[in-house]
Design a protein around this ligand. Structure first.
Ligand code: N01
Length: 547
């Protein structure tokens, strides 16, 4: 830590309401941050663009939306009573259940009164002389806060297709990440789904059940493992609850935030028989998890030949399930397994055996235009009643870029990150004192069980703020050297794996023109937590604290 001291006063005649902290976003991260800061006695205002709480789980209301981390691990751990009293119903709960849980938490801790819904933060400008952030909303509200905490979500800015004509379509259009609150009926309709990532994979089987005809436009096939979702076994739920402290600790110390048996061998260090027996177990076991396939061997995500064994195993399963060999071939991914977000699905491949479902490969004949009556590829025209865009997000930086964030000397965060995000620990940026990004770029975030990463960041930020208050520190700012070293480390950690070798939103390649860098830290949540704790223990090493 470097300490500097300066004297300043708040500007006189300041018209903005003064509070301690603004939190942007009322999803899992924002609500938890609010709770923690209130416990510290701070005055907090949360702004939320949606007209309900829940962030991701508010907006992703499409049919089939559910989490793909086990319910028992995908919830708050901060309150032992809360974790005991809430009863999960399924291995992977659906969106309505998650939204009920979030609203339950909000009521239980009386969080609503500090959340302003339907209000989008448009700008955050740092006033160095006052060491305060001036936050402006789209409703014209201006508030002055010591701390600005961005809990804006990693996947909250939907991305559309980059072709002309979207606004000309006369039928109904939906983006999975901005789904209407009312129930949408697809019975007897001709429906297009564009995109086969996690959202597409979840929505496609359900739409296929009622639509007259479903056409799926696939650019890149994904590796889809069977979710094998089921009603939660009460015995299992009781068992986890009885040892929750140990379970939480193990998850926090793990690589992806979901503890797994430690792998000791590379995939090619065991016999083919042993390897396939493992893959078969993960594929078939009703209690297995996505991450098991990724970390069952030490080198699945880092060695091309090892990775290929898992990839081929899944391709073989696709060929077994899909009746038409030409369709099966189109559904078989060619690239590495696990380093473009793999997916859990229910009846996904089976759906392509239905007579009312057609798969169109748009890697060879790309989408060319959305028309008044449907869409056209470079080869064929289609007519639809409904188009569903399951086309993903401007991930990690999209929501931060959407706010005009200006730090010391009016410097813009957007401009600072023009060649890719530069952060210290994925939590802070030099030039932007007292601004924190929960699960920000450069932290494990999307490469982990989000609940584990959210809680770790919220706790770290709350501790930092508490320390500042106790010690009379007015501003905390990352040092440029520390920031550069961390950002380099994030890139180097990525380079030790296969992640940068494939196109995916993890490296920003899904958004034309976005810098291609590693947007999340792959070093593992356990190691990352240790690093963050060490920084705090070393008197906030790498930060300048100004009194
Ligand atoms: O978005 P995606 P998503 N022409 O970016 C295609 C989380 N999540 O909403 O792969 C044609 O993964 C694009 O094709 P390609 C999870 O972390 C979790 O599905 O770029 N196609 C791809 O197929 C996930 O990773 C759950 O070639 C175009 C698809 O659209 C993340 O959110 C559920 C195109 C986008 O896939 C994002 O998932 C849902 C174009 N111009 C989401 N543009 C859980 O299960 C895009 N595509 C927990």
């Amino acid at each position: 830590m470097t300490s500097t001291s300066e004297h300043s006063e708040f500007p006189t005649g300041q018209e903005a309401r003064e509070i301690d902290a603004v939190v942007v976003g009322a999803g899992f991260a924002g609500l938890h941050m609010l709770h923690k800061l209130r416990e510290l006695g701070l005055s907090v205002q949360v702004y939320e663009a949606g007209d309900g709480l829940g962030g991701t789980w508010f907006w992703n209301r499409y049919p089939g939306a559910r989490v793909d981390v086990k319910s028992m691990y995908y919830n708050y751990s901060f309150d032992p009573e809360l974790e005991q009293e809430w009863e999960w119903t399924e291995k992977y709960p659906p969106q309505p259940e998650l939204l009920r849980y979030i609203n339950h938490v909000a009521d239980r801790f009386d969080l609503r009164k500090d959340v302003r819904l339907r209000t989008r933060v448009t700008a955050a400008v740092y006033d160095e002389s006052a060491a305060r952030w001036r936050i402006t909303t789209d409703r014209g509200e201006v508030v002055s806060a010591r701390f600005a905490i961005m809990a804006t979500g990693c996947l909250s800015v939907p991305k559309m297709v980059e072709i002309p004509g979207i606004e000309t379509f006369r039928g109904r259009s939906f983006h999975t990440g901005h789904w209407p609150e009312r129930e949408v009926d697809f019975t007897g309709r001709r429906v297009a789904v564009i995109g086969t990532g996690s959202s597409g994979v979840q929505v496609i089987p359900l739409i296929a059940r009622t639509a007259e005809k479903l056409t799926v436009f696939q650019r890149t096939p994904n590796y889809v493992l069977p979710a094998r979702n089921h009603a939660i076994d009460p015995e299992f739920q009781r068992g986890i609850k009885s040892r929750y402290r140990d379970v939480r600790k193990a998850n926090r110390e793990s690589g992806f935030g979901i503890a797994q048996p430690e792998a000791t061998k590379g995939a090619l260090e065991v016999s083919e028989q042993e390897r396939n027996a493992f893959y078969r177990k993960v594929w078939a076991d009703k209690d297995s998890e996505l991450v098991s396939m990724m970390v069952g061997f030490t080198d699945t995500l880092s060695d091309e030949a090892s990775n290929e064994t898992a990839a081929q195993f899944i391709r073989d399963r696709i060929a077994e399930i899909v009746a038409d060999p030409a369709v099966a071939q189109l559904l078989q991914p060619a690239g590495f397994f696990g380093v473009k977000r793999p997916v859990l699905g229910t009846d996904y491949y089976e759906t392509f055996n239905r007579p009312n479902v057609r798969l169109v490969d748009v890697s060879t004949t790309p989408l060319a235009e959305i028309t008044a009556s449907g869409l056209a590829t470079t080869q064929e025209s289609f007519e639809f009643d409904d188009i569903i865009y399951a086309t993903g997000y401007d991930a990690m930086t999209g929501a931060l870029d959407a706010i005009d964030i200006r730090g010391r000397d009016g410097a813009s965060l957007r401009e600072k990150w023009a060649a890719g995000p530069v952060t210290y620990l994925g939590l802070t940026a030099a030039g932007f004192p007292n601004l924190f990004t929960i699960t920000g770029p450069g932290s494990p975030s999307v490469l982990s069980n989000m609940m584990v990463s959210i809680e770790q960041h919220v706790d770290w930020v709350a501790d930092a703020i508490d320390t500042m208050r106790t010690r009379g520190v007015k501003a905390m700012e990352a040092e440029t050297d520390a920031e550069q070293a961390w950002t380099r480390h994030v890139g180097e950690a990525g380079d030790m794996t296969l992640y940068p070798k494939v196109d995916s939103w993890y490296v920003g390649s899904n958004v034309p023109g976005k810098p291609r860098v590693m947007y999340a830290y792959i070093g593992g949540v356990g190691a990352y937590r240790e690093k963050c704790d060490q920084v705090a223990a070393d008197d906030y090493d790498g930060f300048t604290l100004t009194q």
